[in-house]
Design a protein around this ligand. Structure first.
Ligand SMILES: [Zn+2]
Length: 208
C-alpha cells in the first residue's frame, strides 16, 4: 500500500497587484494586512490579521477583523464583520484599497525516501518497485482539501509527466501543471471596475 500518512504539502501564498504586476508571497506565520503585507508586530491591534491554518475542512487561513476595522475588509466583495472568518482557496480580500488573493500553492517536490518519514515497505506507485532509503522520490502533495501522499520514484514521476502533459495523480487528481494558482487577468480588471463603482457609490474618492 502506498503511504497515506503525509499531509498536503501546500503552502499559503498571498497574491497582490503592485501597479499592474501580480506578485505572490509565501506566508508561514500571521501577517498584518494593511496596504501591504507586514510582519504582524508592525501592525497595531486595529490592523486585520491573516492567520494560516492547517487546512482543516478546506480552510486555508482565517482573517481576524478587529472592531476598529469594521466594514474595512471585503471578502469576495462582501464586507466582513468584526471577528474571525475562514478564508478558502482563491478568496479575494480587499483591505485599504489593496486587493489580496489567498491561495494554496502546492508543488510536488523531490525528496529522498526515509522510512522514518514515509513508512516501511513503500513501493513506487507506478513501477511497483520497492524503495530503498536514499532513493529520490516525489510524494504527491494532494490538492487543497484532498491530502494524498502517494509516493513515486522520481524517474517514474518525471517519465509520466513527459509521456503525458495532462498527467494527473490517479490517487487525488493532482495536476502538476496547475500546482501554482494565480488570479486571472479578467478577474482583476472586472474587480478594479467593481471597486471603482463601489467607491463612487459610497461617495469616496474617485480615481478620475
Ligand atoms: Zn495524489
Amino acid at each position: 500500500m502506498p503511504n497515506q500518512t503525509s499531509t498536503t504539502q501546500s503552502t499559503l501564498s498571498v497574491w497582490r497587484l503592485v501597479g499592474d504586476l501580480l506578485t505572490s508571497q509565501s506566508i508561514v506565520g500571521q501577517v498584518a494586512l494593511t496596504g501591504a503585507l507586514d510582519p504582524v508586530d508592525a501592525g497595531s491591534p486595529a490592523t486585520p490579521r491573516l492567520v494560516p491554518l492547517a487546512g482543516e475542512g478546506g480552510a486555508l487561513a482565517a482573517i481576524l477583523v478587529p472592531p476598529e476595522a469594521e466594514g474595512a475588509v471585503l471578502c469576495d466583495g462582501g464586507a466582513l464583520c468584526p471577528g474571525l472568518h475562514l478564508i478558502r482557496h482563491a478568496d479575494q480580500l480587499e483591505v485599504d484599497g489593496q486587493t489580496f488573493w489567498v491561495a494554496a500553492s502546492v508543488s510536488a517536490d523531490v525528496t529522498t525516501y526515509d522510512p522514518a518519514i514515509h513508512g516501511d515497505d513503500v513501493y513506487c506507485f507506478v513501477t511497483k518497485v520497492r524503495l530503498h532509503p536514499g532513493d529520490e522520490i516525489v510524494s504527491c502533495p494532494g490538492r487543497p482539501g484532498v491530502p494524498c501522499g502517494i509516493i513515486y520514484r522520481r524517474a517514474a514521476w518525471e517519465m509520466a509527466l513527459e509521456s503525458d502533459p495532462r498527467f494527473r495523480c490517479p490517487g487525488c487528481r493532482f495536476d502538476p501543471s496547475e500546482g501554482v494558482w494565480k488570479p486571472s487577468v479578467p478577474e482583476i480588471s472586472s474587480l478594479k471596475s467593481f471597486l471603482e463603482k463601489a467607491r463612487r457609490a459610497h461617495g469616496g474618492p474617485s480615481e478620475n
